[in-house]
Ligand binder design. Structure first.
Ligand code: ASP
Length: 461
């Protein structure tokens, strides 16, 4: 067999494939010391090692099988995959809303790269329409690829570029904006854009997918359809995240950019609104508001773009017996703002106090958020809380830790005046601090069955 049918395999792994006459794209049964695996042998990238054979198993996941564990392999079939999506020009339909899609990367913009077997960011408008033709029934779409990164690589530069791009599109008169984005840090970007793009006249909808479009269980197409509908039709002019609601594809949910969080590493319904109820439920047929108060769509273009961000803000996730040198190191390295993620109502141990005092003397802005995610900081209840407030730590209510990190970064990009910083931190732009949380809401999200009925009654009354 010639080497080009073993795309990318070399060394020991290549020898194993040759020995058992199994080709790349061959369906195979592999007997190993860890059991039997069945799936399709995928190509390998240039820089990959020569000790593993990568197999796409029925669930859609790629697994690497260590060749030292292999007893035998057998090719049971062969089907060369064609992951190229046909490109088609997106049609224009008079009367449909004009939606702009910004692509930033992530799984939603990915397909399996047949050269390397890896899931890579790829994005083109024609491909999108070729893959999800239903989009043409929802809106007139324009697309622009702004970045092609997995979302762990998003940061201030990208937030600022996106905020400016949103401002320009609103100026151009779009009816709504969708941003395709990796899911891992979708909630950080949701918060950043909420602070940077204020007084929005149209919806800005962030969307991702947990499973790439080469997998049968992919959520990419449905999430995109929902997001386009939300951007084009809904009258909620806010920065939102649109993703699967329940684990099935029954409906999607629209979450506020400041109250949403990725809560599961693999579920498609990973995004949950924390400390509040989602904004609305969305299906291909309708958008049903859950919250009554939201910023309504307007005809003017008076958006305020505030593209500021300091990269001198850090986060300290407290653990028992944390030593003060951790905090000292942040201050020594020049961090001007620190979001502490404390235990319970907002606590850290006494051992940290001297370091907190040193940070306070240096004028470091310190805010307390909670590991519990649900609930409020209450720093008057115990001595610990009072001690920390006396050392300059400000409780941030029920602001989520990541949101507090984004907000303090955004503020310190504009002012260093402690009074002004505090005033801005505690004055919500869009519900990042709320007056109260829905009664027993957290139980519902954690599956507290007897409470569900009562909760639903209260929300809809
Ligand atoms: N790591 C990917 C990202 O956040 C995962 C995803 O897109 O879901 O970009």
């Amino acid at each position: 067999m010639s080497n080009d049918i073993f795309q990318g395999y070399k060394g020991g792994a290549l020898d194993v494939l040759k020995k058992y006459k199994v080709r790349v794209w061959g369906t195979t049964k592999v007997d190993t010391t860890r059991g039997t695996f069945e799936g399709t042998v995928l190509p390998r990238a240039e820089n990959d090692d020569d000790q593993h054979i990568v197999v796409k198993i029925a669930t859609g996941y790629n697994i690497g099988i260590d060749i030292r564990t292999i007893h035998s392999m057998k090719e049971t079939g062969y089907k060369k995959a064609n992951y190229k999506i046909p490109e088609k020009e997106f049609p224009y339909t008079k009367g449909l809303p004009k939606v702009k899609l910004f692509g930033t990367g992530g799984t939603i913009a990915s397909r399996l790269d047949y050269r390397t077997g890896a899931v890579i960011p790829a994005f083109s408008p024609g491909e999108l329409y070729g893959a999800v033709p239903e989009l043409a029934d929802i809106c007139n779409l324009e697309t622009e690829k702004v970045f092609a990164v997995f979302s762990e690589n998003m940061g201030p530069r990208q937030y600022i570029a996106l905020a400016k791009a949103i401002g320009k599109e609103i100026e151009n008169g779009v009816d709504g904006i969708v941003i395709g984005h990796g899911t891992d840090t979708l909630h950080h970007t949701g918060a950043a854009l909420t602070f940077m793009c204020q007084n929005l006249p149209v919806p800005v909808v962030l969307v991702g997918s947990q499973r790439s479009s080469d997998r049968p269980s992919s959520d990419a197409a449905l999430n995109l359809m929902h997001a386009m509908k939300a951007a084009g039709e809904s009258d909620i002019a806010e920065v939102m995240v649109c993703m699967f609601g329940p684990t099935s594809d029954e409906y999607g949910l629209l979450h506020k950019g400041t109250r949403v969080r990725k809560m599961h590493s693999s579920y498609r319904s990973t995004f949950r609104t924390i400390g509040d109820t989602p904004l609305a439920r969305i299906s291909r047929k309708e958008i049903v508001p859950i919250k009554k108060n939201y910023n309504k769509r307007r005809q003017d273009k008076a958006v305020k773009i505030l593209p500021y961000f300091s990269d001198k803000v850090s986060m300290l996730y407290y653990y028992p017996h944390m030593h003060p040198d951790v905090l000292d190191a942040m201050v020594e390295k020049g961090y001007e703002g620190i979001i502490i993620v404390g235990t319970g109502l907002g606590h850290v141990n006494k051992e940290l106090y001297p370091a907190i005092e040193r940070a306070q003397k240096k004028g470091v802005h310190m805010y307390m958020t909670l590991q519990t995610l649900w609930g409020y900081t209450h720093m008057f209840v115990y001595d610990t809380g009072r001690d920390m407030m006396a050392r300059g730590i400000v409780p941030a209510g029920n602001m989520l830790p990541e949101v507090a990190w984004v907000k303090l970064s955004w503020i310190l990009g504009q002012t260093k005046d402690p009074a002004k910083v505090k005033e801005m931190m505690l004055d919500p732009v869009n519900d990042e601090i709320t007056l109260r949380e829905p009664y027993n809401g957290y139980l519902v999200y954690q599956g507290g069955v007897p409470e569900v009925e009562e909760f639903v009654r209260n929300v809809h009354k």
